[in-house]
Design a protein around this ligand. Structure first.
Ligand code: 13P
Length: 247
């Protein structure tokens, strides 16, 4: 299956920095690229990056989407608005949103549903904290998080991308070993298989301190179908090396 490498810029960037980064990426990521490449950018820069990825092998992504369709929800942006900018992927349920914005499993499931209804692929994030891992709760936590999304989106669950992002590996420089990550991906795959005949085509990507040095070994695992890249997606050479490893 074609791998997906998605950069999550988080709350980083500026008009000038984005233009410089895109300049460097575009030189190498002209069509055709043998894996899918997405840039999930801060909402204010959607228009800028939409223009800059045009004609390249990269597509546009967002970092969130509202659970509401439209209306009096100050600060939110809807799936239809993302559609207006040609957004192809929207991250939902990132651990930073679960942690700092109190997003629940149920809310994340609705966000995934909104994205799907607009023809945008949700990148649904699941992952355990360090305390949960140490308590032996890893599988239980990620299965609970995925179950909510399956419950609400059952019929079209094969249209999502799933991201396993252990919270303890995000921005810490600590990466799950390929074997640790694969073990969780396999559990997630089996859960998807129980829900859908088409589970084998769902891409399950890994995120958490993935970088130029460790990408190839992670991506070599059977059920690791790509990466969701934070810090390393802000540096063109590092991001390009990960894309290279995914091809
Ligand atoms: P880092 O790659 O910076 O650890 O971030 C991972 C992540 O949260 C991607 O969504």
């Amino acid at each position: 299956m074609k791998k997906l490498v998605a950069g999550n810029w988080k709350m980083n960037g500026s008009l000038a920095a984005n233009a410089a980064l895109l300049d460097a990426l575009r030189v190498h990521l002209t069509k055709p690229v043998a894996c899918d490449v997405a840039l999930c950018v801060p909402a204010p820069y959607l228009a800028q990056v939409q223009a800059l990825v045009q004609g390249s092998g990269m597509v546009l992504g967002a970092q969130d989407v509202s659970a509401y369709e439209s209306g009096a929800y100050t600060g939110e942006f809807s799936a239809a608005m993302l559609q207006d900018f040609g957004v192809r992927y929207a991250i939902v349920g990132h651990s930073e949103r679960r942690q700092f914005h109190q997003e629940t499993d149920a809310l994340v499931a609705i966000k995934a549903q909104r994205a799907l209804a607009a023809g945008i692929t949700p990148i649904v994030c699941v992952g355990e904290t360090l305390a949960e891992r140490e308590a032996g709760l890893t599988f239980e936590v990620v299965k609970r998080q995925l179950a909510a999304v399956v419950h609400l989106n059952g019929h079209c669950i094969s249209e999502i991308v799933l991201a396993y992002e252990p919270v303890w590996a995000i921005g810490t420089g600590k990466t799950a070993s390929p074997q640790e990550a694969q073990a969780v991906h396999l559990v997630l795959r089996q859960q998807l298989q129980a829900a859908s005949e088409r589970a084998d085509r769902v891409r399950i990507v890994y995120g958490g301190s993935m970088n130029a040095a460790n990408a190839a070994s992670l991506l070599a695992e059977h059920d690791i179908d790509g990466g969701l890249i934070g810090g390393a997606s802000l540096k063109a050479p590092d991001f390009l090396a990960i894309v290279q490893a995914a091809q």
